[in-house]
Design a protein around this ligand. Sequence first.
Ligand SMILES: O=P(O)(O)OC[C@H]1O[C@](O)(CO)[C@@H](O)[C@@H]1O
Length: 398
Amino acid sequence: MIDGTAGVSGHRHADDQLLDDPKALAERDPGGMLRHTASAGAQVRESAALAAEANLSMLADDGRPRAVVIAGIGTAGRTGDVLATVAGPRCPVPVIPHRSAGVPGWVGAADVVIAVSASGRSPEALGAAEAAHRRGARLVAVGPADSQLQSLAERARAPFIPVPRRAPARASLWGLTVPVLLAARALGLVKVNEADLAETAARLDADADRCRPTAESFVNPAKSLALGLAGSIPIVWGSSPLASVAARRFGDTLSANARYPVVTGALGEAGRGRVGLLDGVFGGLAEGERDIFADPEESTEDGTRLRLVLLRDGGLNAEDDADEPLAVEERRADAVQTLAERRGVRCDVVTAEGGSALERLASLVAVPDFASIYLALAHGLDPMAVPAITEMKELANQ
Ligand SMILES: O=P(O)(O)OC[C@H]1O[C@](O)(CO)[C@@H](O)[C@@H]1O
């Protein structure tokens, strides 16, 4: 048992029994992260309704922008990656996620800035909104009602899309993402229709049901993914640009909720570099020396090993464009699975389902989101508490 100086308590080894005890899960999740995560489908529906009430049509009045900058940090920043991947390579204008304060130097009157913040007060989103207004760029703001971001949007006479503030930012991905997508749709940059939104929400609901606390580990894909990752160093690679966004999202939640270090990215790039990790001290070298007959309870060897999670997209529909042929992505994904197998590195595969890009993304995000929370709970960690972030802010005076 460790007691962190900032009030974090937990245990080094995961307790797998705990995951099949719904009462214990509820006790260890006082902030209700499981419940908040299960609201993903509802977030999609609610945000779509709230965006419909915002005056997004005024965005289109000045025609197609030169570029779109999505400004925000953390989960709010991820929404820019989601937009870029859902818009895809056919998007007629550059879509640029921007994670530092202000906006890129070239932003001007021809551009659109979408400032996103779950709290409505991150310096990155506020700074971007201010800079956009100053430079005459079109601005859209996404954040909670009555926030600093809303006042800024009002001052700039810019459309504001409210996001209900019920959960921490990382459990509000869908509430933040849908307004960004709908603002981009109003600008003619993405093809997300009502059926896509409804199907995405339904998929998130169905996955939340499969991952519910009362579903036992052997039928609950999130609990089994969490138990597979316990004690390992996860490597999460996505087979396509869309799956790579989901991989990075899993990195966010594994770090913030379960406090696991994690390597994430696109398999295309990893295949030309980081795939070498599979041969390293936590990969093939460790696996080669492992005594497979040793009792894990009694073993004194250092048990830290890699665990690969491969998010496989399987491709978009034929009418959607893709960066590279599906067959190339598929061959690469098969290859890395073979590589892992040859080195004895265990690999979990999550395969995308659904028709639209958004639904496919949801199908790759939902189970890993829950897994990050179950992994925290298996270690006795409260997935909601983030004292290191608070301490960091205090020390850095932010
Ligand atoms: O969405 P916000 O409120 O701008 O916060 C940005 C990021 O900062 C944090 O709140 C940490 O301070 C993260 O949880 C979040 O993703």
